[in-house]
Design a protein around this ligand. Structure first.
Ligand code: SF4
Length: 395
């Protein structure tokens, strides 16, 4: 178990008041799981839990940082190699604020990143590398890993290193170089997106652009196995109509995932939106194609053929998500997860810091919206000799 996880208090599920479990308590499945699952991990600290907050002064302001906390250098060098209809990067806020996916990194991007990390020294972080597709630009990805590794060498304490990817760059001409770089970086695990075990169905969902090799089934399977030889791979499947929607689909996906070398499969429900989002094509896709995680999981548990040998493990209560972990008879770890953006926005509006995102425009923010909850604008920060030196030295 990692340091980050071992600091999350694990409660006996029967001793946790339902009021303390806002997300899962609203799930009709919860009562049922409650009897079957041994423990509940509380991922979001309560306001009073002193040990789970880290106080740190950033940009001259003293703030509380939730522990554990993830730092995302938002990848946005170019449009993603895929075009998933549900892509949350294409959701827009009704208030018309700027979208992160439209920003492209300024020339000083990596210097600013080094400065932001320097300013955060003392706050234990975990790398959560996401945004658009990080691996689509090999040079950018290698430079990113280099700046992050340099920050670690100069004193930033990092607990977990996770990359979210559709895999495209790892099957491109410089794929071998990128795969090796991931291993050298000490990646904790790779979350690799693939939404159906059948290549044609997956392509109908992800719509990789013409010429993107990973779109092909054989290429994906080979690449996934190559990656799994180097780093732990978690295959991520977003539940949806036309994709994985029924217990038989779940069973087929799990068999295929093991063939691809994955140790873990994550089935994730479309995030639930609050009314702060504009009614665009993405929001309509989420509405029309939604498959309920609760209902699918309940149907799997009711289907003896699908759930034979499953051992239910842990319920985790995150600050805007909850999940159930189980293990199959063949040793695959499976996670069923749902997330609520309304709950996420409430947390982000609380004044405490639950999430760190560094955007291409050089701002470090406490959430996913550029220009909102700005903690530090690296364009106005003096350059610390140290960070500056290292960023260039390793470039
Ligand atoms: S692979 Fe990820 S970033 Fe790319 S379109 Fe699909 S959901 Fe969006």
């Amino acid at each position: 178990m990692s340091d980050a996880l071992s600091r999350i208090p694990v409660h006996d599920v029967r001793q946790v008041a339902l009021a303390a479990l806002p997300r899962s308590a609203s799930s009709p499945l919860f009562e049922r799981l409650r009897g079957a699952v041994g423990q509940v991990a509380m991922r979001a600290p309560d306001a009073e839990e002193g040990a789970r907050w880290h106080t740190h002064t950033l940009g001259g302001v003293q703030r509380r940082f939730a522990q554990p906390i993830t730092f995302t250098p938002y990848a946005a060098v170019q449009p993603c190699s895929a075009r998933c209809g549900f892509c949350s990067e294409n959701l827009r806020k009704a208030d018309g604020s700027a979208a992160a996916s439209r920003l492209r990194p300024a020339p000083g991007y990596f210097d600013g990143l080094a400065r932001a990390l320097h300013a955060l020294r003392g706050v234990p972080l975990s790398w959560s590398l996401s945004g658009l597709e990080t691996s689509d630009d090999a040079d950018w990805m290698l430079r990113l890993l280099d700046v992050l590794a340099t920050a670690e060498h100069s004193g930033v304490v990092v607990e977990e290193r996770v990359l979210y990817s559709n895999g495209a760059g790892f099957a491109a001409p410089r794929g071998a170089q990128l795969r090796d770089a991931l291993q050298a970086f000490g990646l904790s695990w790779l979350e690799l997106s693939r939404h159906h075990p059948d290549g044609a169905i997956n392509q109908a969902i992800m719509r990789f652009r013409p010429g993107v090799a990973i779109g092909e089934q054989a290429v994906f399977e080979r690449t996934a196995r190559q990656l799994a030889d180097l780093v732990p791979v978690r295959l991520v499947c977003i539940l949806q109509r036309g994709g994985v929607a029924r217990p038989a689909d779940v069973a087929a996906y799990l068999r295929w995932a093991q063939h691809c070398g994955a140790g873990t499969v994550v089935f994730r429900e479309f995030s639930r939106l609050d009314d702060s989002y504009r009614d665009n094509a993405t929001a309509r896709y989420l509405h029309a194609q939604r498959v309920s995680m609760d209902e699918l999981l309940a149907a799997c548990l009711d289907d003896a053929d699908v759930s034979r040998g499953w051992a239910l493990d842990t319920l985790t209560e995150g600050y805007y998500f909850w999940n159930l972990r189980l293990r199959t008879a063949s040793g695959l770890q499976v996670v069923f997860e749902s997330a609520d953006y309304g709950a996420m926005h409430q947390r982000h509006a609380s004044g405490d810091v639950y999430k760190l995102v560094y955007f291409p425009d050089g701002q470090l923010c406490a959430g996913w919206e550029p220009g909102h909850d700005v903690l530090l604008d690296t364009r106005n920060e003096p350059v610390p000799d140290h960070a500056h030196h290292h960023a260039h030295h390793h470039a």
